[in-house]
Design a protein around this ligand. Structure first.
Ligand SMILES: Nc1ncnc2c1ncn2[C@@H]1O[C@H](COP(=O)(O)OP(=O)(O)OP(=O)(O)O)[C@@H](O)[C@H]1O
Length: 246
């Protein structure tokens, strides 16, 4: 449970997430999706309850040990310093190297790999303060990938990305899950979760009101009720689309 200025945000939420899952988290604005992610990461403390990582309380781990296991892509980020793109991505290695230590060959390899996956090589030396919103988002994603954590928690990661980069990112997240990592992402687009997600959670009024396979959760019935609009679903070649009923 977490209390905000406006009362209880999450109440009696219990969720168990496993390696290899690609989990989508849906909910209205203000439903508590970011709050849940931040609690799972140990950035917010619940008033009651606890978070276990591999069976041990999160608080039993050091900050760098948590960061080696959990990577986070926040919903919004500002670039305060004109670091180069490469330097920003290198910060993803701090949990492995410690602050101020030189990067080893394996760290450079992880940074190069993450930058290549996000198509950032061409802009490696550009200051992040001069990037567009979508370019900066790709840098933050690359930094999280370079962290090589077992779980990646992403808060609306598609925001600001052009369509091609959205599709490439979703495919990349699918590959990571297939490699045995846990991917948890929040989204406002049920359709984008339908094919790639192995599981979808719906947060409403502080509770998880649906948790299951996308085929069973991302339905016209559930989505109409959640979003308060009358939707019709159309399935086509493994994808599901929604249109508003007239
Ligand atoms: N720092 C804060 N202090 C007090 N209340 C907060 C704070 N941050 C968020 N809240 C409140 O907690 C509730 C959940 O917010 P949260 O950001 O988790 O929602 P969300 O589901 O991620 O929303 P969105 O889809 O709009 O990003 C909201 O009512 C919000 O107003």
């Amino acid at each position: 449970m977490r209390r905000g200025r406006c009362g209880t945000v999450l109440d009696n939420v219990s969720v168990s997430l496993r390696a290899g899952e690609l989990v989508g988290l849906l909910g209205l604005n203000g439903a508590g999706k970011s709050t849940l992610l931040r609690i799972l990461l140990g950035l917010l403390k619940p008033d009651r309850g606890h978070v276990l990582l591999e069976g041990k309380p999160l608080g039993a781990y050091s900050a760098s040990s948590v960061a080696q296991q959990l990577a986070y892509v926040p919903q919004s980020h500002t670039a305060a310093f004109p670091y180069s793109v490469r330097r920003m991505v290198e910060l993803g290695r701090v949990p492995h190297t410690g602050l101020g230590s030189a990067l080893r060959a394996e760290d450079h390899a992880a940074v190069d790999h993450a930058m290549a996956r996000l198509g950032l090589q061409e802009m490696a030396e550009r200051p992040v303060t001069q990037l567009s919103g979508g370019e900066r988002q790709r840098v933050v994603l690359a930094r999280a990938l370079a962290q090589e954590a077992k779980a990646l928690l992403l808060d609306e990661p598609m925001t600001g990305l052009d369509y091609g980069h959205q599709l490439r990112l979703m495919s990349l997240l699918g590959e990571f899950a297939a490699e045995g990592r846990l991917i948890l992402l929040t989204s406002h687009r049920p359709e984008e979760l339908f094919a790639p997600a192995s599981r979808v959670l719906v947060l409403d009024d502080g509770h998880i009101v649906a948790d299951g396979l996308p085929q069973n959760v991302v339905t016209a019935e559930h989505m109409s009720r959640l979003y308060g609009v009358s939707l019709k679903q159309v399935d086509h070649e493994g994808s599901r689309f929604f249109t508003m009923e007239k």
